[in-house]
Design a binder for this molecule. Structure first.
Ligand code: SF4
Ligand code: MG
Length: 316
């Protein structure tokens, strides 16, 4: 709710704070249990920072995060440690997020042991079971990350998260570093795990076709803010915000008859340290009106949970 994450800019003559990078600036959304919300937008728009701030890997500047009815930011260090088992993250790069010095069984089980999640006598069997569930062969337990392909390493990362028996996983570009042929396998694994375990995902990606495939709902971010949210089919079939339209017009269409007019976005993304006044997209919007330069648009509810922030629309 109204989540903000600002990073202070240090500098100036006395080395003081001269401003803020508003990486996440008043973001509100809700993910129903057992569903996936895709978060899309150009790189640097605040997707990853949103995911990390939700998990308190970064401390928020303002706003609140409610998980299973509990205020995540009100937790003590100790409570947060427990909560962390329920809220996990899978990163983009399965190469750098695995310690090269540990065998994969150890990588998957390290936190399980730390948290004492399973009795010592059942530990080995538990790790084998998790590995199998993630499509890894249990007799590979003693091998090291460098002995595996990128796709298998990402399975190890997923197994490590899953071993803690989470309810919610932030998947931050989990397939972006993988070959296209491998991406579908990892996506299918994530879907299967969701179905079997009732997991909830925040799926961060700049790849719109992957997001369309995996998400129940979608949020579109621009310059630290959500410009449009809704059910996946509504966002893809009927995008309303000029930014969403431009972003989605770049998706290659398999059927040439369905070809949409490609909207080319002019200009650079403005700096999040100094975002434009009014609608933050106005410097690049082909439909910009006078009011857009002065007044930030409020969220408009277009029905069926489809919400857009743009002066072109009124509440339904
Ligand atoms: Fe474009 Fe105005 Fe809508 Fe912003 S509010 S997206 S500038 S039309
Ligand atoms: Mg990112």
């Amino acid at each position: 709710n109204h989540l903000k994450k600002y990073f202070p800019i240090k500098g100036g003559f006395f080395g003081g704070v001269t401003g803020n990078v508003k990486a996440v600036d008043d973001v509100t959304f809700k993910i129903e249990r057992g569903t996936t919300m895709g978060l899309v937008g150009e790189s640097g728009c605040g997707k990853s920072t949103t995911g990390r701030t939700i998990l308190r890997l970064l401390e928020k500047t303002d706003g609140e995060v409610i998980f299973n009815g509990e205020d995540v930011n009100a937790k003590s260090k100790k409570e947060l440690r427990e909560l962390r088992t329920k809220m996990q993250i899978v990163f983009q790069d399965p190469y750098s997020s695995l310690s090269p010095r540990l065998p994969i069984g150890e990588i998957i089980g390290e936190a399980v042991r730390e948290h004492g999640l399973v009795p010592a006598a059942e530990y080995d069997e538990y790790i084998s079971k998790i590995m199998k569930e993630c499509g890894l062969q249990e007799h590979h337990k003693d091998r090291y990350p460098h002995e595996f392909s990128g796709g298998q390493r990402q399975r190890v990362c997923i197994a490590r998260a899953l071993a803690l028996n989470p309810d919610f996983i932030v998947c931050d570009e989990p397939v972006s570093a993988l070959d296209v042929s491998i991406q579908a396998q990892v996506i299918n694994l994530l879907r299967k795990l969701q179905k079997d375990r009732g997991l909830t995902y925040l799926f961060i990606s700049h790849d719109l076709s992957v997001v369309e495939h995996i998400s129940d709902t979608v949020g579109v971010m621009y310059l630290g803010g959500l410009v449009e949210t809704g059910k996946t089919e509504d966002i893809f079939d009927n995008p309303l915000h000029p930014y969403t339209k431009a972003l989605f017009s770049a998706i290659p269409m398999p059927d040439p008859d369905l070809k949409k007019d490609r909207v080319i976005l002019e200009g650079d993304i403005p700096s999040p340290a100094n975002p434009p006044k009014g609608c933050k997209f106005h410097t690049r919007c082909s439909e910009c009106m006078g009011i857009c330069k002065e007044v930030a648009p409020e969220p408009k509810d277009m029905g069926n949970g489809h919400v857009v922030r743009c002066h072109l629309y009124d509440d339904k």
